[in-house]
Design a binder for this molecule. Structure first.
Ligand code: ATP
Ligand code: MG
Ligand code: MG
Length: 551
């Protein structure tokens, strides 16, 4: 359904101002007089069931080492690469979403270096003719207008194996499960100007890759890793020499690494004998996650000569216009499109939209990247809960109430169970019925929360109403304002509860009889507690006022 919707609809443009439309830089008080320039190389694992050039299945961290390895991944002599077109299509999705110019002819090169995590001694990459060139991404920091980051290119390449050093036994263990997994390297132009902008860029990119199903984009699990290039220059001067910080695997670390790097480069430039003409030595650096500092890996002079050469076993990758068009036409809803739809179709506030879009829906996008949107399962869940019904297209539920139930109650209770949205087993009908029951006051909000907790802990297909009845959670009486009568008839059960509370709190009851309204709160609280949330606080107060307050 969504796919057809996306095909018919003209694509929503990314909301941004062009980068070169005089973006006004506010100088950062932390480094007054200096401008920071940042460009990011993002390595995103492609969400394909199989590796880029072999038939073996991809794996996730934690699986038994060396169980997803074909002869080719282990670089057995005589084995040949065979390009996995699923990976190509997923990379194309990312390229289209980033408005990158897909190349109808691209090719693969060998990048040589010797390290234990690279069995063949070279990595297959696209150094000379990448699959897509150019592009742009809209990025926004809170409370400021979105800006554009230009994409330089997107290239396909292989991931390496994983080596783990055991310092105690002084041994290195190699796990080839990751070797040969498809990666997209997405290279940005040096358009970012602060650590926070860099963080926002990576988050925006992550959202796009997830939305199109091209990558999990999970930094913790290593499916998204960044090399960050940082330089500084005096305001008004040309950009300085960049240092590249390798392999950052969290936005927090990235922000810390850039911040440290700026301070380090500034100290070098300011302490030089001729500060105006000083330059920072070009280096490749690592980030120490314990000290929150970058450290030198190698200088430009030590930079390896990768001896790039075209891979003779792989021909030119030719993409037909037809294939590119199909990818373009079947692209799922993109983050800015979802944002706009949630705002305009449901009238949700910016804040509610943010919360919904930021829910981690886990690994819910299918491997084949079937038509999904950002946070596909959460948004689909929300859409279905609010769906229109009947010929008049009336909304079944209030979108604001649904969004509250999902973001506060459901996610809150899942979090208390150390679970996330992907562990939610409540069907749309079950949660929908629960929301309806609270809305029409069949149960109170408090009972609704109890019911939700019970249903999450006890998965079943029993209709929500039946569970509420079995647990005796249905409201003691309808809330007064839901009835047409001004003087509601209170149920015997509620009357009994109030009588018990009055008897249990004689001093407070006496004070209330003398006209002390404040003390009534305590008696209301007692009734609420005794009713286990089944009583409506307003009804209780009304009844107690009737029973106690002087007329
Ligand atoms: N003066 C600069 N300051 C900060 N970043 C820069 C500067 N000049 C270029 N960059 C960024 O450096 C990155 C260079 O990446 P690219 O992949 O093109 O080359 P590389 O780092 O030399 O190669 P490799 O892929 O082998 O690491 C880009 O993201 C670019 O935006
Ligand atoms: Mg690069
Ligand atoms: Mg680089």
């Amino acid at each position: 359904m969504l796919r057809r919707l996306c095909q018919c609809r003209a694509r929503q443009l990314q909301p941004f101002r062009r980068f070169h439309d005089a973006r006004v830089y506010k100088e950062d008080p932390r480094w007054l007089g200096w401008q920071v320039v940042i460009g990011i190389e993002t390595h995103a694992q492609i969400k394909s069931r199989r590796k880029l050039f072999s038939e073996s299945l991809t794996s996730v961290p934690g699986e038994t080492p060396n169980t997803h390895v074909s002869m080719f991944d282990a670089a057995f002599p005589g084995t040949l690469p065979k390009l996995n077109h699923k990976c190509v299509d997923l990379a194309l999705r990312a390229a289209v979403a980033l408005q990158s110019d897909i190349q109808t002819r691209s090719s693969f090169d060998r990048k040589h270096y010797f390290y234990s995590d690279l069995p063949s001694g070279y990595q297959i990459t696209q150094q000379y003719a990448p699959i897509a060139i150019g592009g742009r991404l809209s990025v926004a920091l809170p409370n400021s207008p979105p800006f554009e980051v230009r994409i330089k290119q997107i290239q396909l390449e292989q991931d390496t194996a994983k080596s783990t050093l055991n310092p105690r036994t002084r041994t290195s263990h190699i796990d080839l499960n990751r070797a040969g997994t498809g990666l997209m390297e997405i290279v940005s132009e040096p358009d970012l100007r602060s650590p926070d902008e860099a963080g926002a860029y990576v988050r925006a990119l992550q959202a796009v890759l997830r939305a199109v199903g091209a990558s999990d984009g999970n930094m913790e699990q290593g499916s998204l890793r960044c090399d960050v290039n940082v330089s500084i220059n005096r305001v008004g001067q040309p950009p300085g020499t960049r240092c590249e910080i390798k392999n950052l695997n969290s936005v927090r670390f990235m922000i810390a690494a850039i911040t440290h790097e700026i301070t380090r480069q500034r100290a070098i430039l300011e302490s030089a004998p001729d500060p105006q003409n000083a330059t920072v030595p070009q280096e490749t650096r690592g980030f120490d996650e314990h000290r929150f500092e970058t450290y030198k890996l190698r200088s430009k002079e030590d930079a390896p000569d990768y001896r790039y050469m075209p891979d003779p076993n792989l021909g030119v990758l030719v993409l037909s216009q037809e294939r590119i068009r199909t990818v373009r036409d079947t692209l799922p809803e993109l983050p800015w499109e979802t944002r706009e739809r949630l705002r305009s179709a449901y009238g949700l506030s910016e804040r509610d939209v943010d919360v919904l879009l930021n829910i981690d829906s886990g690994r819910d996008v299918s491997f084949d990247g079937e038509t999904q949107g950002p946070n596909a399962s959460v948004i689909a869940y929300f859409d279905q809960l609010c769906a229109e019904e009947g010929d008049e297209g009336k909304r079944r539920r209030d979108p604001k109430a649904v969004s509250n139930w999902i973001t506060h109650e459901l996610l809150g209770q899942l979090a208390a169970r150390k679970e996330t949205f992907k562990d939610n087993h409540l069907s749309v009908d079950q949660l929908g019925e629960l929301i309806d029951m609270v809305q029409n006051k069949t149960i109170t909000g408090t009972s609704g929360k109890l019911l939700l907790r019970h249903m999450l802990a006890n998965p079943s297909k029993t209709p929500t109403m039946q569970i509420a009845t079995e647990l005796q959670l249905t409201a003691l009486e309808p809330c007064p304002d839901s009835t047409s009568s001004d003087t509601p008839v209170h149920s015997p059960a509620l009357r009994a509860l109030c009588a018990d509370a009055i008897a249990a709190l004689p001093a407070e009851s006496d004070a209330a009889r003398k006209g002390n309204r404040n003390v009534l709160n305590k008696i209301v609280g007692r009734v609420m507690k005794d009713s286990h949330g089944r009583a409506d606080a307003k009804a209780v107060r009304a009844l107690l006022e009737e029973l106690l307050l002087p007329r």
